[in-house]
Design a protein around this ligand. Structure first.
Ligand code: SAH
Length: 240
């Protein structure tokens, strides 16, 4: 009887081209934890925008954290991703995504790829995503993971994001996930007319999240909430 079922499985799976590797199948506990995360950390704090909520429901956050932290991937705080860097708290990812008011046909630039999680969230919403990471190992790892997850619309570059990515500018939206002490001039320049930029600005531990909008070539600034991000560094490891 066992043989019969085995044979049946072989026939059915080959007929449907099923090739399920264990790591491709998402454990049910993560599906449940992700739904609870969206309800209890994101929606309950007032995030309403459909595209943002759908993206947070879809992206498998546990794939972006080191194995030993996977069981904490859906908790309400940042987590270490190596090289002294962190993946942001889910609520902050959602808030920064929502305030950009992204549309499908837009081009968005992220500074600070880190794990690639925020980039994946953006990649669910926008057709073109550009993201820059200054730490080689993190950038390479994120690039591979995003390619494995079939995000063909996300371009990862290793480099100093302070300077932006001129050849692909202007950008409809810019999201900065590391904190400089001032708003980088090149990023202001590379923002499209009518575009929005969200960026944490300030010294370590006392930053504010700022939303900038470019109107008639002028930048309008609005503070959102106090935040705590890792500093934006140059190629010599010095703070901007
Ligand atoms: N968005 C990330 C979290 C980023 S943590 C995620 O979803 O996981 C901030 C990242 O910014 C770190 O990986 C850090 O190395 C990077 N970073 C710091 N200064 C930078 C710079 N000048 N250009 C690009 N990336 C920078």
């Amino acid at each position: 009887m066992k043989r019969f079922y085995f044979l049946l499985y072989m026939i059915v799976s080959s007929a449907f081209g099923v090739s399920c590797k264990a790591e491709d199948v998402e454990p049910v506990r993560f599906v449940k934890q992700r739904e609870a995360m969206v309800r209890m950390q994101i929606e309950s704090r007032g995030i309403k925008e459909r595209a943002t909520l759908d993206a947070l429901r879809k992206v498998e956050r546990h794939r972006f954290v080191p194995q030993k932290y996977q069981k904490h991937a859906y908790e309400d705080h940042p987590l270490p991703i190596g090289e002294d860097q962190t993946i942001s708290q889910p609520y902050i990812v959602a808030l920064m995504t929502e305030v950009l008011d992204l549309k499908k046909n837009e081009k968005v630039l992220e500074i600070g790829t880190g794990s690639g999680y925020q980039a994946a969230v953006l990649g669910e919403i926008c057709e073109q995503v550009y993201t820059i990471e200054i730490i080689d190992t993190l950038g390479k790892r994120a690039k591979k993971l995003l390619a494995d997850l079939k995000y063909d619309n996300i371009n990862v570059k290793i480099g100093d994001g302070y300077k932006g990515w001129e050849e692909h500018s202007p950008f409809d939206a810019i999201i900065v996930t590391c904190a400089p002490t001032h708003i980088p001039e090149p990023l202001k320049k590379q923002l499209a007319e009518g575009g929005k930029m969200v960026i944490p600005v300030g010294e370590a531990f006392t930053q504010k999240l700022v939303l900038l909008t470019k109107k008639n070539g002028k930048i309008i600034e609005k503070a959102i909430i106090p935040v705590r991000f890792v500093p934006m560094l140059n190629e010599n490891g010095k703070k901007y």
